[in-house]
Design a protein around this ligand. Sequence first.
Ligand SMILES: NC(=O)c1ccc[n+]([C@@H]2O[C@H](COP(=O)([O-])OP(=O)(O)OC[C@H]3O[C@@H](n4cnc5c(N)ncnc54)[C@H](OP(=O)(O)O)[C@@H]3O)[C@@H](O)[C@H]2O)c1
Length: 254
Amino acid sequence: MNQLFDLSGKVALVTGGTRGIGNSMARGLAEAGADVIVTGRKQDGCDAAAKEMAERTGRKVLGMACHMGDWDQIDALVTRAYDTCGHVDVLVNNAGINPAFVTVENVTSEYWDKVYGVNLKGPMRLAALVAPRMGQSAGGSIINVITVGAYFGGAGVGVYSSCKAALLNLTRVMASEWAPLGVRVNALAPGPFDTDMMRGAAAAVPGFSEGAAAATLQKRVAHPDEIIGSVLYLASEASSFVTGGDLIVAGGMH
Ligand SMILES: NC(=O)c1ccc[n+]([C@@H]2O[C@H](COP(=O)([O-])OP(=O)(O)OC[C@H]3O[C@@H](n4cnc5c(N)ncnc54)[C@H](OP(=O)(O)O)[C@@H]3O)[C@@H](O)[C@H]2O)c1
């Protein structure tokens, strides 16, 4: 049974692996046997997260800086990842931002481009570079992190939730295009998790955390490590016949 989730010999690339649920996912993948690349915007932050994770898991963990809103940096990340590790078997497009609560009539061109750049254009570009290379080796698994809000939106988060909804659609497109390569592509939709992003929202909107907790059936906000089982399932042979799907991890929030 353990072999279903075993990632020995695999390399997993987790964007936004320095903090939050990306950090938990990267550690979980390492504990399942994968070597891991974690990314964030700054090299020193990536190095610190990688060092801590390597000491904790005993795996090889590398930090590579890459701003997900910068097309050229994404190209450079892929070159560096393949030069260093030789292959990437699991890609988790996790890095994401929701910098502010902005109603539709207050959205600026700059705000739209920033959020869509990091949350949609960057993940698409990274997947587009990695999938053909996965196809040239043993195939792979791509996991696009969206949000439960992608299904219903909400006041003040239209830019954030709409680009995540687009990433869900793009997940199905990618799954169709890359199934012949042996590459599976699925979306992972978290509900409320206790991370810096969540704390930022709570600081901006009084009662945000309490409201998010109340909207779940379990009446709580999750610990970041509660995402690990789901990412291991989607990354591993345990989900070998699952592609073009979406897995909601939201305590019953709908
Ligand atoms: N927390 C929740 O309740 C929740 C709910 C639904 C969906 N999500 C989704 O889950 C994902 C992770 O969220 P989180 O709550 O863990 O966020 P977080 O705690 O704010 O962490 C964000 C991660 O992304 C990195 N990052 C931020 N901007 C980046 C950029 N421009 N380029 C590259 N990396 C960047 C950060 O690294 P550096 O600071 O080192 O750059 C950090 O590692 C996001 O896609 C988010 O939309 C979260």
